[in-house]
Design a protein. Sequence first.
Lengths: 329, 521
Amino acid sequence: MLSMHGLAAVLPLLCLVTIILRAASVGFAADRELYTRIENDPENIVPFMLQAWREPRGRVIAALGLGDRTPTKDSQAVVILRMLSEAGVQVRVVSDHPEANVVLSEGIVLMDNVEEAVSGANSVLLVGEGDRFESPDYLDFRSRMQGQLIFDLTARADGIAIDVAGLQLLPFGAPLGPPWLDPELLAYAAHLREKIPAGDGVLLIINERPSTLSGRARWFLHLNNLVFPRRLYLENSFGASGTSVQFRQWVLDQRERGGFSGRGQRRWEPSPRDFSQVTQVGPVRTLNDAERAAVASNDVQWVTFFTMNTDFRLQDWETMTAKEALAGP
Amino acid sequence: MLAFFAGLFVVASLLAIGESLLPPTRQCVRSRWESFGLAYLVGTAAVVVTGTAVLAFGLPFVAVAGAMLALGLFAILHILRRSARAELTSELELTRKPGFPPLLGSLVLSLGLGSVLATMALPLNEFDPMLHFAYKGKILAELGSPFDEAMVALVDENDRPLEFGRIVTHPNYPLGIPILEALVAVLGRGWHERWIQLPLAFWALCLPAAVFFGLRPIGKRAARSGALVAAATPIVYERNFLENGLRDFHEAGLGNEMTIGAGADLPVAALFAGACALVLHGRRNGQGRLQLLGALCLAGAAMMKNEGLALFGCALLAWLLAGAALPIGRQAREGKGTLAAIALGIAAILPWLRLRSRLPAIDENYADHFTLGNILHFLGGGAELVERSPKALVGQADNMLANPPARMDALPSYFTSEFTDWRSWGLMWLLLLVALPWRPRELRDVDRRWLTMLALGGVLLYFLILLVTPWYLPLLREKGIPERLLLHLVGPFCLLIGWRLGEKSETDKGPARSKEIPQSG
């Protein structure tokens, strides 16, 4: 029986060897590429895509690619495009797959080049196809597009480059990797470390009712860790730092009390923005009395406004001096 | 690079401090492999227990680091001098060797070294190790005290949540792992997400060595069997590998299925194994010093994770109920040694209890729920706490809320599924079943009695804890409970199994006690 138990050692041996080899393949760094991407069902994605517009009918979307594998009528991207088309969205597709003509439903336009497809589009849908469309020129997109939405199914879109171009990223691929490896989070944390002296106090202000109960939306936990020893303060941090049950209650409390509108505050936007280049969607609002008191009582020099979202988007975060935040627009 | 050398220095210091505390090899025969494992566990326990005490009395962390630097250097020099002087007879050299056949020896060594390399292959990359432990390490290293605002400014002086406070998860988790990480950061003059893990990479390497040492007085065959069982048990490294087929190769080392790494379950298991092994060896060979070091390891386990405190209580109860701490009769000397060990253990955890009482508690007050009323309620079919389920959290659990399942419907099946989970446990549970002292004659042995009480009592303890847990049980199951808890008991399991497997040769071929081990106090 001991020998049979000894055979079980094969499992940890295999596992340990795999860990070392896989880590070596990415230079022994924690890398998002180590994580497997999971495809979401089109039925779960499309309604959220359509909600991005007040009136989807007549909007134009340019899809870049149909996926790495040979597309079929049941492929994720093909089904999504069919559902968008059925909802009245004008769909353009750029793809090298010879099967594209066969699998795409009627009304969907297949185009030869990206520039033509993107021109005048309200949004771009990143699907990918091998290494084509791997590093799109988002600044060029911005100049050609009518709207500013980038839908991403790849979970690999460069959120920082998209933000720099003044475009908005809406990711619909399952998140690739854990939250602490999100490139936009890491970029914003690096920005704060550069901007804010170690030891300074930062008041985190949520700007409106949180729309999600997802634990992944607790970016403040990771930011707090990444910008340490800067002192981050948050309203009822006891609940926000707790387990899922306490966090849920914290979100419900925030929802009940309301964000800027529920507390008689109003939204404003500094120009230029601190880091994000996307305008008119910023999270800044005027401070209420409790927040003003917190700035004074906690030796706070900075205020960071944010919108709670399951994805970390640069456009959702804005940092300014406490003086600027107290002064308002 | 400085962080790497700081990590190496901390590891060398832990080993040297541990080795200095252990009796010399001439008085307490052990191989280099056992010496490494025991010295590492004893040294770690000594440092985290002392470090916690220093912090509890309000001294800054720099005092802990300074003491570590001085003691580490002193201990390294002491060990170098001692080993230069030590000349063992060829007979003693022979008895030191574990005597593994080459293939098995290579397997045990490969698994141990593989676990060290795999731990260091990636920088910190898991939620709990990053936020529950390493963040506190940063607080100790940079701000110097667990009583800094960063740790306590969640609540006001009346324990009410502050309107605006600092962000920290589980503020009253033990500080053992943060102390080890912060030592590397302070001595390396900076926080390095890879090298701060270096002192946390050796648990799986040390655990089988500790088991071997614990069973040496029973016989080398027993010791080899116990160590092999410990080294070959998959959950010492990871859980449920290949449960999802080939996909697990793509996700190896990336989820919370890993036991190795900078988490807290394996340190508890290794230190608890070390405690049991030292006490067993000390009692069988009449070496009180080993029993005291065992108690130190037990306190060290309590500094790693909250469950360590529960195991501490379980061990005390087992020693008392089994009669191991009775200072009368034929085993009065051993009993006195165990009593002294209990006293030392209690003294060692008191500073932590004092420190803990001054830290905010978010949700870790298990003691509040561990009541007879609660236990009877759930045993009698009390309902699962559905309102804490993920579905209820997002408002989708109307059916579940209307007809909540009884907790007892699920909990026993969670345990039985572990007992048959060969991917995580190999055949350990079957071996343990065979190893239990079924014959009354076997139960007359005090050591076998307390080991059995500890192993079974530990399982029962975790069953009861999960019976009254204030959290939604199926969610805990998803997070690897109860297997992560049962892992803590691997030490006593392996000691019992090795004991049983070693018996045949002792009766057929030789004495149960190794005659090569000299007696000393």
